[in-house]
Each structure stands twice: as structure tokens, then as C-alpha cells.
Ligand binder design. Structure first.
Ligand code: NDP
Length: 315
């Protein structure tokens, strides 16, 4: 059976950055790119907040650049999805696409997270054409326009507040009659003159034409229907970390994110460390980050994971 020193699972900014660093450290990393090579950024149109791209860059182009940079130093980037892991002893046993098995001395988990969507067919139709799950990535395109955000937690409130700095009007569509967000966040939302909170509303259809989103049909208390004239429809109903295959093996938090010693609490917290509950397994990017979830923070975590992994293998 094939044996590798360092196996990287995932090909977003965290996985590729880890691949760049580990290949330059002569760890001969093998990267399994997963079902969506390039990760979440390949579903964003333009990335304008990643340092080093003064004119912005298409998400797909940036991820292709990262892959080529990793390959230039010898990273072996492969198609295929890791479908099972056995972390009970080292070397770890990893199954790819349900059949192919590999032994790995160390693993960097960078499987990311997926944004939750409502699941409406009309919503799916306009993803990338007005429907977005990332206000920081796409809000800029809706300057001085009207938009809506769905959700009542901290993410939705944060998205609404961010969009209110750019957009003319922001509707916050909340399915219950209360916000789940922190009190401080709620207060900021209520005090913002550009945000209108629609309590007790559910989205029934995202409306649009060939140019993208033109509105949303929502239903409120007592069955009242409203059509919102909006050009951007943002989801802020949370993310799901991609940790199914690690459940029962790595320590996860109550929402399924991987716990690293850098995100732990108390005296064991090691600032920024990517170590997981199993020695030799490291986690980087959105799979271990429920707060920041940016390409640049994921890339930084990928760098840290590579350095942690290198140190582990030397020791
Ligand atoms: P949450 O799970 O806290 O909130 C999700 C929100 O989306 C809830 O209001 C929920 O409604 C709503 N929702 C879920 N599904 C649907 C649906 N199908 N239709 C309509 N509404 C829906 O997720 P967040 O991403 O907001 O936050 C996750 C964690 O990250 C939290 O712990 C949060 O505190 C933290 N966070 C912290 C931030 C900060 O401190 N700056 C910023 C962002 C996140 P309902 O309430 O009815 O269930």
C-alpha cells in the first residue's frame, strides 16, 4: 500500500497553502482535492479582498494559481475524495473514493465548510447572479442597491450591517419573531436606519431574469405576501463544516467544527496552533474556524498547519 509523509485533505486556500509550505519543506505532500477542487471560492465570482490582487481576481483563477504554485514545488495534487479515515494508530489509514487506501504519517485536514442555503429551486438558479452566501465577498457589487439577507443569527446580522455600509436598503428576513444574535449585534441592527427587519417572514421564491435577481417573494405573519424589489439575496443561515468522516475520531465542537489547541480554552490553548485531539493530525481553514471564514485567514491557517506538521514530523 502507498505510504505518504504528509496527506492534505482539501483544496481551498488552506489546503493549497499547506501544500506550498510542506512541499517547500520537502515533505512531498499528496493533496486530495475533493469533490469541488478549489473549494468554496470557485463559486464566488470575483475575489477583491485577498491581498496582492489590486484589480481583484476570479475565484477560479486564484485557486488555479494556488494549485500551480503548490505543484511547482512538487505537491502531488490529485482528483479524488477522501471517504474514510482510521486515525486510531499511526500511520493513519485513509480511503480515497471508497476503494484506494493510503497510509499517512501526518494529515492536514482542510475540508472547509459549506454555506447553508434555503433549498429553493429559484435560489439555486441565481447562485452567482445575485444569490450569495458571502456578503464580504460579493456585497461590493450591490453598492447603492437594495438587497435582502436571510437569517437571524450573528452571521446574518453581521452581513446585514456590512451590507448597510454599501447598499441603499437592506431587508433582514427573519423566520421567527426574535433574533438569535447577541444583544449587542441586535442593538446595532435595530439602530441602523438602512436595515428593515422583517420578523416572521419566510422566503417563498427568489425572482429574477437573465440579468440576475430582481426580487424576492416573501410571506409574513398571517399569510401576508410581499414582493421585495432587491438585486442581491444573501444567505446568513450558517455553515456546515465538512467533518462527517472525522466524527467519533477527532474532537469536534457542538456544531461539528474541529477543535484545535489554538481554538481551545484555558491553559492548554496554544495561540494559533492547528493541532487536533490526535497527534499528527492538523486542521486548517473553515473546517476549524466558525468565526472568521475568510480566504486569507484560511490561507494563514494552512501555513500554520504546515509548520506544525513539519515540526511534528521532525520530532
Ligand atoms: P446560527 O445558527 O446562530 O443562526 C442561524 C440563523 O439562521 C438563525 O436565526 C436561524 O433561525 C436562521 N435559519 C436557519 N435555517 C433557516 C431557514 N431554513 N430559513 C430561515 N432562517 C433560517 O448561525 P450563525 O452562522 O449566525 O452563527 C454561528 C455561530 O457563529 C454562532 O455561535 C454565532 O454566535 C457565531 N458567530 C459570531 C459572530 C461574531 O461574534 N461576530 C459572527 C458570526 C457568527 P432560528 O433562530 O429560527 O433557528
Amino acid at each position: 500500500m502507498e505510504s505518504v509523509k504528509c496527506l492534505i485533505i482539501g483544496s481551498g486556500p488552506a489546503g493549497y497553502t499547506a501544500a506550498i509550505y510542506t512541499s517547500r519543506a520537502a515533505l512531498n505532500p499528496v493533496v486530495y482535492a475533493g469533490l469541488v477542487p478549489g473549494g468554496q471560492l470557485t463559486t464566488t465570482s470575483q475575489v477583491e479582498n485577498f491581498p496582492g490582487y489590486p484589480d481583484g481576481v476570479a475565484g477560479t483563477v486564484m485557486m488555479d494559481d494556488l494549485r500551480r504554485q503548490a505543484e511547482r514545488f512538487g505537491a502531488d495534487v490529485r482528483h479524488g475524495e477522501v471517504t474514510a479515515v482510521d486515525l486510531s494508530q499511526r500511520p493513519f489509514r485513509v480511503t480515497v473514493d471508497g476503494t484506494h487506501e493510503i497510509f499517512a504519517d501526518s494529515i492536514i485536514v482542510a475540508t472547509g465548510a459549506v454555506a447553508k442555503y434555503l433549498g429553493l429551486p429559484s435560489e439555486r438558479k441565481y447562485i452567482g447572479m445575485g444569490v450569495s452566501a458571502c456578503a464580504v465577498c460579493d456585497g461590493f457589487f450591490y453598492r447603492d442597491r437594495d438587497v435582502a439577507v436571510v437569517g437571524g443569527g450573528d452571521s446574518a446580522c453581521e452581513e446585514a450591517l456590512y451590507l448597510a455600509t454599501l447598499c441603499r436598503k437592506v431587508y433582514l428576513i427573519v423566520r421567527r419573531d426574535i433574533l438569535r444574535a447577541s444583544k449587542h449585534m441586535q442593538q446595532r441592527v435595530f439602530e441602523n436606519g438602512r436595515i428593515e427587519v422583517l420578523f416572521g417572514y419566510q422566503t417563498e421564491e427568489v425572482l429574477g431574469d437573465d440579468g440576475g435577481v430582481t426580487g424576492a417573494r416573501v410571506r409574513g405573519p398571517e399569510g401576508v405576501e410581499r414582493v421585495l424589489d432587491i438585486e442581491g439575496f444573501f444567505l446568513g443561515i450558517g455553515h456546515t463544516p465538512r467533518t462527517e468522516i472525522f466524527r467519533g475520531q477527532l474532537e469536534l465542537d457542538d456544531e461539528g467544527y474541529i477543535v484545535t489547541s489554538g481554538t481551545g480554552s484555558g491553559s492548554t490553548a496554544l495561540l494559533g496552533s492547528t493541532e487536533t485531539s490526535i497527534a499528527g493530525v492538523f486542521a486548517a481553514g473553515d473546517v476549524a474556524d466558525r468565526v472568521y471564514q475568510q480566504a486569507i485567514t484560511a490561507a494563514a491557517a494552512g501555513c500554520r498547519a504546515a509548520l506544525d506538521c513539519e515540526r511534528f514530523l521532525i520530532e
